[in-house]
Design a protein around this ligand. Structure first.
Ligand code: 5GP
Length: 238
């Protein structure tokens, strides 16, 4: 594993280190879990390892399907080597089924399937609690250029199609997910992570939640749900 250099960033779920290569960072996934802007704190045993592995598998799948990502290789049980992107402060959320904040905001019963998928942007700001924004806000605040926004949108739709299909044989529904993108030598790359922390995965048959909502909503069986998703995804053909 490349040596961990200066700790550049420590977030709720990950640490990002410099490496000897200026163009490469090392991301370490933690077992710590938070929800509701850090109000709820806990740990999920093996979460770091599971999310690192799942992110690696999803990034590999997406790269093979033509999505440029920051992922280089998995270098440790909870460590990914990635391209040293500068994160664009816009979270891109795609939704196929009403859940979470969308269900609440629009008064839809959780589980209502949407006639068409929905894409949303949020301003990545802890101080402001990640407010929802639109293309105009992104331009006004110069969070990204119009071209970069179009690229993020186009990648998000493609990712939704690829992952929805990929997860079907695992009997998982991709309800919704959050993506982050970064800039690397002027190019937009998919960054951050793709895991049960950042996606809603429901069992297709029972509609049981197999993601961080089990932690957020005190549903129990959190560790088992993360293990189950890993087990099912590892069993999928590449
Ligand atoms: P919602 O807006 O319903 O809370 O979240 C929509 C989807 O995006 C869910 O899959 C959720 O896990 C993910 N998501 C949105 N914002 C965040 C965030 O700040 N952190 C994480 N881990 N996931 C988020």
């Amino acid at each position: 594993m490349p040596a961990k250099g200066e700790l550049l960033y420590e977030g709720k779920a990950k640490r990002v280190y410099r490496t000897a290569e200026p163009d490469q960072y090392l991301v370490e996934f933690k077992d710590d879990a938070t929800a509701f802007d850090g109000l709820k704190k806990g740990t999920i045993t093996r979460k770091g390892e599971i999310n690192a592995r799942l992110s690696a598998l999803f990034f590999q799948k997406l790269s093979r399907q033509g999505i440029p990502t920051h992922f280089i290789e998995q270098v440790g049980p909870r460590e990914l080597l990635v391209r040293a992107v500068e994160i664009i402060p816009v979270e891109v959320v795609a939704r196929n089924v009403a859940a979470g904040s969308l269900a609440k905001r629009l008064g839809l019963e959780e589980g209502t399937s949407l006639k068409r998928p929905v894409l949303e942007f949020y301003y990545k700001s802890d101080a402001l609690h990640d407010p929802m924004i639109n293309n105009y806000h992104i331009a006004a605040l110069e969070l990204a250029t119009d071209t970069q926004v179009k690229e993020m949108e186009s990648y998000a739709w493609k990712i939704n199609t690829i992952l929805t299909e990929f997860l079907k044989p695992a009997n998982l529904v991709l309800v919704d997910f959050k993506l982050e993108f970064g800039l690397f030598h002027g190019h937009v790359l998919l960054a951050d992570e793709i895991s049960p922390d950042t996606c809603r995965f429901w069992d297709r048959t029972s509609m049981e939640k197999l993601d961080k909502d089990r932690f957020r909503r005190d549903l129990g069986g959190v560790e088992d749900a993360y293990e189950e998703v890993l087990h099912r995804v590892e069993g999928l053909p590449a």
